[in-house]
Each structure stands twice: as structure tokens, then as C-alpha cells.
Design a protein around this ligand. Structure first.
Ligand SMILES: Cc1ncc(COP(=O)(O)O)c(C=O)c1O
Length: 411
């Protein structure tokens, strides 16, 4: 077997040529044919700014706050902006590398609080539609999870959840919105349930955190979901989704600064001196922190409102166009910019229709009951082409070819 380790270093030109060839085989997200994983802001000036910032902070490390005060400052300002948007104390959180890490930190905090109350095996109580990041956190942290079926409206069902609260419940969760159907869980009822059992309540706003505040301001109905709701104790919100930063930027916020302390880890029982950190990572990439700050500064309120309008209008065009295709419907009543669409009468939508769409270059996430769309500003340019290809796919899907690609990979 030949080792992939090169005997001699290769030239820059050679390496770039090889990577360019591989990269050319990946989907080009700029073309708008992918619907998750990348949130295309459709903003060349913003992208240029992000490239410059990434280059400036490519080699820095956010692990040690004393060495890079500029990173501490930017992280604090990003957290402060988010705290202002969601209604908590300015310093009651940290940035994290993404939704999964923010959720992990919130679940860990809930475990620490539960243990301080003498609960040995804390549980998390979550709707079936909650993101797998909660199951992953429970798995790593050796906690039990109780997934409770959602109601007919596909939202978390607080009455059913109430029946599953136990003496071990450490955290009750709602999503704003959930990934599969784009519906917003009833946070006031979920938070009240948590408060009445003296337990913590996490709102997973990884998707909605950087869109719902602006969605509301452009006149769309948004039910109460943030720290203004009594009983909400933590919120995760990804800046690398509808905040339009590149990957590696999220915030985890708490209702009070004291809860953040459960994230801290200090250690000095080794020859290397005092080590401390506030998130799961040790070495932390600096570029996402700097780019999150720069992106927020660049867009400002007017920029986020403009993007929200574009996402809203484009989502409407997609939904209206899909509903107009004979045999298709949108699942439930999605409240933001993502939704599932499915077949009315036995069309093999997740495989056969999805496969025809694949053949035409689209990358649609397959769910158990249909195909999934998540709209960002860059999709405004491709709605008509998508609808025309989908109309063709529904009319010409042929046999079920059985290929399935879920949102996290092949399933
Ligand atoms: C609702 C929700 N929560 C959490 C996550 C996890 O975020 P990440 O993939 O950034 O870890 C996602 C990702 O799509 C999500 O949609």
C-alpha cells in the first residue's frame, strides 16, 4: 500500500491545481442548487469582507484571551449584540463553533445544575423534532433523553411533555423553529412547565436566532420565544446560519451570567501552569469570531431587515409554486423560511422525485416524509428554474431508485 504522505513537498501550483479539480466536483453553493449547509447571503461585498477578515485572523488563536485582546473584544461585542436581541444580560454567554457545541454547552450546564441538586442521572426532555445535537450531547454526557411526540400541528406538545417530567428532568427543550418542519414550538408553555418543576429550559434558536428578530420587524407573526418569556434559561443561535457568517460561529446565551460559569474549566495540576477555557474547544479558530463581528457590523439592522425581506419573499414564491404543482403539498404550517414538501398520493417523493432533481444538479435533503427546503437570499435567482425542474420531476419520476441522502449525509 502506498502511503499518501508525500516524500517531497509539492509546489503551490501543483497543490492548488489538484484541489481546484476536486473542488470543482463539489456543488457550487453560489449557484443556489443546495438548500442546507450553506446560507448564501447573495452579497459579494460581504463575502469579500469575510475573505479579508479570514486572512487577517487565519493564524491567530482565541484560546488565550491575554494574548489576543482584539478577539476577546469582538467575542464580547458579538455576545452583547445577541444578548440585546434576545433580552438577557450583556455578558451572559459565549461564542461557540456551531449549533452542536452551543447545545452541548447548554446540556452540560443543565447537567451541572441538576447534579448540584443531587440528581445522579439527569434527563433531558425534548420533542421528537429536536435536532440530533441534543441526543449527541446526552450521549457524550451520559444523560438520558426522553423524546416526546409532537402534536398534530407538528409543534412540541407541552401537555404530553408534562406527563414525562420526572424527578430526574434537568432540561426541557423547544425549537424556534425545528429543522424538519420549520414550525415554532410553544415556548411560553414549555418554559412554564420547566419553571413549575424548577428545571432549566433551552430554546434551540440555532436557525431562528438571527432571523426571527427581523422577521417580526418586517411584519411576520412571531410568537414569544426569547428571554422575555419567563422560565427560558438558555438559547442557542447560530451566526453561521441566518447571521450570514461563514462556518464556525454560534452563540450560547443564558438568562443570567451565573449560569455561564458552569462552562468554565480551569486546571493547574500539571507542569504547564494554569489552563482555563469557557467552551469545549482548547485552541479556538479566530477567523469565525472576527468574521461574525465584521458581518454584524457590515449588515447592521437595515442589512438584516433587507435579507429577511428577501428570504420571506423567496420562501413565499417557493411555497406557492410547489403547492401549485398537482400532487404536492407543504407539510404543516411552516412559520419561517424552511419546510418539507411531500406528495398527496403515493408519488415516491423522497427517492424518485429527489433522484430526478439530483440528475438536474439540485441537492435536496431527504426527510422521512418528504423533501426539505431551506431558503436563503441566494435562492431568489433560481425559483423559476427549480419549479420548472420539479414539475418535470413529478411528471417523469419513473421507478423508485432507492437512493437516499439525508441532511447529515447518506441515510
Ligand atoms: C434547529 C437546529 N439546531 C441545531 C443545529 C446544529 O447546528 P450545527 O450544524 O451548526 O452544529 C441545526 C443545524 O442545522 C439546526 O437546524
Amino acid at each position: 500500500m502506498t502511503s499518501p504522505f508525500p516524500d517531497q513537498g509539492r509546489s503551490v501550483g501543483d497543490i492548488i491545481a489538484a484541489q481546484t479539480e476536486w473542488h470543482d466536483e463539489d456543488i457550487d453553493w453560489r449557484g443556489g442548487k443546495a438548500f442546507s449547509l450553506v446560507y448564501n447571503a447573495d452579497d459579494p461585498e460581504l463575502h469579500e469582507l469575510q475573505h479579508q477578515v479570514a486572512l487577517t485572523y487565519l493564524h491567530e488563536n482565541a484560546l488565550n484571551p491575554f494574548v489576543y485582546p482584539s478577539l476577546v473584544r469582538m467575542e464580547q461585542e458579538v455576545v452583547e449584540v445577541a444578548a440585546g436581541l434576545f433580552g438577557t444580560e450583556p455578558n451572559a454567554g459565549t461564542m461557540a463553533s456551531g449549533g452542536t457545541e452551543s447545545i452541548f454547552l447548554a446540556v452540560h450546564t443543565a447537567r451541572a445544575v441538576a447534579r448540584s441538586k443531587g440528581i445522579d442521572r439527569p434527563e433531558i426532555l425534548i420533542p421528537t423534532t429536536a435536532h440530533p445535537a441534543f441526543s449527541k450531547a446526552a450521549h457524550y454526557l451520559e444523560m438520558d433523553e426522553v423524546r416526546v411526540p409532537v402534536g398534530a400541528d407538528l409543534k412540541a406538545d407541552p401537555t404530553a411533555m408534562a406527563e414525562k417530567v420526572s424527578a430526574n428532568t434537568a432540561l426541557i427543550v423547544g425549537s424556534t423553529p425545528c429543522y424538519p418542519y420549520g414550525v415554532i414550538d410553544p415556548i411560553p408553555e414549555i418554559a412554564a412547565l420547566a419553571a413549575s418543576h424548577d428545571t432549566l429550559c433551552h430554546v434551540d434558536a440555532c436557525l431562528g436566532g438571527w432571523l426571527l428578530p427581523f422577521w417580526e420587524q418586517i411584519g411576520e407573526p412571531v410568537p414569544p420565544w426569547n428571554f422575555e418569556v419567563e422560565g427560558v434559561t438558555s438559547i442557542s443561535a447560530d451566526i453561521h446560519k441566518y447571521g450570514y457568517c461563514f462556518k464556525g460561529a454560534s452563540v450560547i446565551l443564558y438568562s443570567e451570567e451565573a449560569l455561564r460559569h458552569h462552562q468554565y474549566f480551569f486546571f493547574d495540576d500539571w507542569p504547564g501552569g494554569m489552563y482555563g477555557s469557557a467552551t469545549t474547544a482548547g485552541t479556538r479558530p479566530a477567523a469565525p469570531i472576527a468574521a461574525a463581528w465584521a458581518t454584524i457590523q457590515f449588515l447592521g439592522l437595515d442589512g438584516y431587515l433587507a435579507k429577511a425581506r428577501s428570504v420571506r419573499d423567496t420562501t413565499r414564491r417557493f411555497k406557492d409554486g410547489i403547492i401549485a404543482i398537482e400532487g404536492l403539498h407543504v407539510t404543516g404550517e411552516p412559520q419561517m423560511s424552511l419546510f418539507e414538501f411531500a406528495s398527496d398520493h403515493g408519488i415516491e417523493i423522497t427517492s424518485a422525485v429527489g433522484d430526478v432533481m439530483d440528475d438536474r444538479g439540485w441537492k435536496l435533503d431527504r426527510q422521512n416524509g418528504g423533501l426539505h427546503l431551506m431558503i436563503s437570499p441566494g435562492h431568489a435567482h433560481i425559483v423559476d428554474q427549480f419549479l420548472s425542474d420539479l414539475t418535470y420531476a413529478v411528471a417523469n419520476h419513473g421507478d423508485d431508485r432507492g437512493v437516499k441522502a439525508g441532511y447529515g449525509g447518506v441515510v
